[in-house]
Design a binder for this molecule. Structure first.
Ligand code: UGA
Length: 438
């Protein structure tokens, strides 16, 4: 019942299916049973409440019950990284063994669908093998197996689940794939997405290729942004807008900023690099994507220095802590290297995020200050860095910064302000914005 599991369960239950979910963490299971989502996701709470109340979604007492009493089992466990960046399959292996043991007792045909992000070969070599060993049954005639990657984004998870661009179904055999496709066709009865039917390993790779490509787009535009900052009159935001008008390029994921974070892009890029190296192919492009992303949040520190000089003893306001707006997820948040870098230079940090403060406190503890509002965060600061593009921050006018800050200066790390309007009234620098043309 992580991100993918809970959102998928709620979406299916809301479409009228009966969903039995399994969650080992008893505290989390109890919270979900009360209709309270364990993470912040817009729109999830009312839908979760509804499907818990009308008994469409139940949290099973035992994983076995969830498998024995249903027709389709989705594996949505986490696939974290090992210290060397390669994928850690311990949860996949234990889920496969639990499912295999339950399948041994099952008298009806059902299918198992891997939704977790797993490197090519995992569904065939780990999931299938373990389930066959534990069930003493044969994949194909006795039970079905599919790999069906998930493309939802945090912050718009329900909308993404309900309006997918495409559904990718990798299947062990045609029968399994047809069953899963029929489920989706029934769900999306009015507006069918495009279905891509393929092998298990191609489906696995489609997920990594998609995430790595989006990460590449972001690092590419950040590379252009870094060039723009050195070219009088240049602006990466306009470069991206114009590039995006070319249908072959497209406008999305070309926002330059402090880089990508979260639980997916950093982990998946590293896992694909490790997987490729294991195949004895050096994925040079992805190494550069990562390198650019690692340096990007530190660029905000350089811009602070350019605006207000030595940072020792200066007070820096950080607006936005989580890895992006509309989430409280701090995993690989760009605020982490940024704040650590500022602290290393002897700066004092005040911070604010509309929903991620409790999560941030667990990471930074007493080392930084936590404000109750954006305005309180700005109070007496010498420079403000915009780390995520919350609407609330977009509403702030130059006057708000001028009235609260000791020394009004802004580093716009997500390009949310008009440089002409703000630059007239406040010391202002932005990612991807070159100096004025003389
Ligand atoms: C990402 C993918 O977009 C989903 O399709 C995928 O299903 C998901 O990973 C996953 O594998 O589970 P997510 O991590 O929720 O979704 O967030 P995104 O909206 O993709 O943003 C990721 C990071 O990229 C954020 O830190 C964001 O600030 C950054 N970003 C995004 C940019 O810096 N520039 C952009 O133009 C877009």
């Amino acid at each position: 019942m992580g991100y993918v599991g809970l959102c998928t369960a709620v979406a299916l239950a809301n479409k009228g299916y009966t969903v039995l979910a399994s969650e080992n963490n008893t505290g989390k299971a109890a919270q979900i049973r009360q209709g309270i989502p364990p993470f912040h996701e817009p729109g999830l709470e009312p839908l979760l409440n509804k499907v818990i109340k009308n008994n469409r979604l139940e949290i099973a007492n035992q994983t076995e019950d969830a498998i024995l009493e249903t027709d389709i089992t989705f594996i949505t466990v986490g696939t974290p990284s090992n210290p060397d960046g390669s994928i850690n399959l311990q949860h996949i292996d234990s889920a496969s063994s639990d499912i295999g043991k339950a399948l041994a007792k099952k008298h009806t045909y059902s299918i198992v669908v891997v939704k977790s992000t797993v490197v090519p070969g995992t569904t065939q070599n780990n999931v299938k093998k373990t389930m066959e060993e534990c069930s003493k049954k044969n994949c194909g005639p006795d039970f079905g197996l599919c790999m069906n990657p998930e493309f939802l984004r945090q912050g718009s998870a329900l909308n993404d689940t309900l309006n997918p661009d495409r559904i990718v179904i990798g299947s062990h055999d045609t029968k399994s794939g047809d069953l899963l496709e029929n489920l989706y066709r029934a769900i999306y009865s009015k507006k069918q997405p495009t279905y891509v039917r393929t092998t298990l390993s191609t489906a696995e790779l489609i997920k990594y290729a998609s995430n790595s490509f989006l990460a590449t787009k972001i690092s590419f535009i950040n590379m252009i942004a870094n060039m723009c900052e050195r070219i009088p009159g240049a602006d990466s935001k306009t470069v991206a807008q114009a590039m995006g008008l070319d249908k072959r390029i497209g406008p999305l994921f070309l926002d330059s900023g402090l880089g990508y974070g979260g639980s997916c892009f950093p982990k998946d890029t590293k896992a694909l690099i490790a997987c490729s190296k294991k195949l004895e192919y050096n994925p040079q492009l992805l190494d550069s994507v990562e390198e650019i992303n690692k340096a990007q949040p530190l660029r905000a520190i350089e811009l602070c220095r350019e605006l207000i000089g030595n940072l020792k003893g200066k007070r820096i306001a950080i607006l936005g802590l989580a890895f992006k707006p509309n989430t409280d997820d701090m995993r690989e948040a760009r605020a982490i290297p940024l704040i650590n870098g500022l602290a290393d230079e002897g700066a004092e940090v005040s911070s604010y995020d509309p929903v991620a403060m409790p999560a941030a406190k667990k990471i930074f503890d007493y080392r930084i200050e936590y404000a109750a509002s954006a305005m309180e965060c700005l109070r007496n600061a010498d420079c403000c860095v915009i780390v995520t593009e919350w609407d609330e921050f977009k509403q702030l006018k130059p006057e708000h910064f001028i009235s609260e800050m000791r020394n009004p200066a802004i580093v716009d790390g997500r390009r949310i302000y008009d440089p002409i309007e703000y630059g007239k009234k406040i010391k202002f620098r932005a990612i991807g914005l070159g100096p004025r043309e003389k």
